[in-house]
Design a protein around this ligand. Structure first.
Ligand SMILES: [Zn+2]
Length: 124
């Protein structure tokens, strides 16, 4: 069921709001997602609003540099970013949403270590 979720980094400087349901949460095993511990939820920019902290964000890129790994420069948390698979969308870290019980979610695994092969499985 679609509803509005509030999200934030750990220190609270970066805040956002997203209208979505949680039926398509993805866990990726690639090098950076493993270390971040991110749970992905890709949304349309129209569903997403950064309500606070644009200036608090820093950006990390590597490899193809298509993905923009935005994170809070103070607390280091990655609340959302622009993913390589969908550079025109926003990938929200479900772990940064308030009031979400991760254990209650159905999480789909994405084989990001073999990104080129796995990419095609993301399309609807
Ligand atoms: Zn922060």
């Amino acid at each position: 069921m679609e509803r509005v979720y509030e999200g934030a980094c750990h220190c609270g400087q970066v805040r956002f709001r997203v209208r979505t349901d949680l039926s398509r949460v993805v866990d990726c095993n690639c090098s950076i997602c493993t270390k971040k511990g991110i749970l992905h939820l890709i949304v349309d920019p129209a569903q997403f609003e950064l309500t606070q902290g644009r200036d608090a964000l820093s950006t990390y890129t590597f490899g193809t540099r298509i993905a923009k790994h935005t994170f809070c420069a103070t607390c280091g948390i990655h609340p959302f970013y622009m993913p390589r698979s969908h550079p025109d969308k926003i990938d929200v870290n479900v772990r940064c949403l308030e009031g979400v019980e991760i254990a209650d979610l159905k999480v789909t695994c994405f084989d990001g270590r073999h990104w080129e092969d796995a990419r095609s499985t993301l399309d609807e």
